[in-house]
Design a protein around this ligand. Structure first.
Ligand code: HEM
Ligand code: HEM
Length: 148
């Protein structure tokens, strides 16, 4: 089950990244036009994909024993251990927080211009943090992690 969760979590990164990019591109292209319900739906699906990653990630964090490594000696000196116990968790939580906040603030925005702006700002920030917090296989120490 852990392996299945990890494969899902790994593959879903591309869904999250693709949805974020499409939402951002469309928000930019239509920034001077009406904010359509399709654009709102796109933002909602993007947020849902992040919430699914959150659930899978938290399950992996507990099942793979990363949580119990918090505070153990030597963990902070090891790049991979520090990454998964702290950096990946904190980075992704922050990104998902921005994504969720963005979605709910878009719903509350009074004008279409404001809706586009908020989508660009909050989802843009989420995308940057997510890209920076993924264990890409080209990062030193993370060669064992794949692209899918
Ligand atoms: C949008 C959000 C997220 C993305 C895009 C993402 C992406 C990834 C990727 C690509 C991997 C490597 C998978 C592999 O190749 O095996 C991974 C592993 C992992 N992620 Fe996330 N993640 C996200 C959120 C989270 C969150 C919120 C947590 C919660 C703690 C989390 C915990 C983990 C854990 C525990 C692993 C497995 C590390 C291991 O033991 O090998 N992730 N994540
Ligand atoms: C640890 C797990 C989760 C947490 C902490 C969480 C948190 C939240 C929060 C705070 C909101 C409110 C956003 C707003 O004000 O509009 C929300 C909305 C939502 N979440 Fe999650 N969520 C989680 C898991 C999931 C999962 C697994 C799914 C679906 C597969 C999901 C789907 C949704 C949907 C559809 C909304 C409503 C958005 C709307 O109608 O505007 N969430 N979630």
């Amino acid at each position: 089950m852990i392996t299945g969760f990890q494969h899902m979590h790994s593959a879903l990164r591309w869904v999250v990244l693709a949805l974020l990019v499409v939402t951002l591109v469309k928000a930019w292209q239509n920034r001077n036009n009406t904010f359509t319900s399709g654009q709102g739906k796109l933002g909602l699906f993007t947020m849902i994909s992040m919430h699914i990653q959150l659930v899978l990630g938290l399950a992996l964090y507990m099942m793979k024993g990363w949580m119990s490594m918090l505070g153990q000696p030597g963990v902070m000196q090891n790049t991979v251990m520090r990454f998964f116990t702290v950096e990946h968790l904190v980075g992704m939580l922050l990104a998902i927080l921005f994504g969720t906040l963005g979605h709910s603030l878009v719903k509350r925005a009074q004008t279409d211009e404001m809706k586009h702006k908020r989508q660009l700002r909050y989802f843009g920030l989420a995308l940057l943090i997510i890209v920076a917090s993924i264990p890409w296989p080209f990062r030193p120490g993370f060669e064992a992690y794949g692209w899918f």
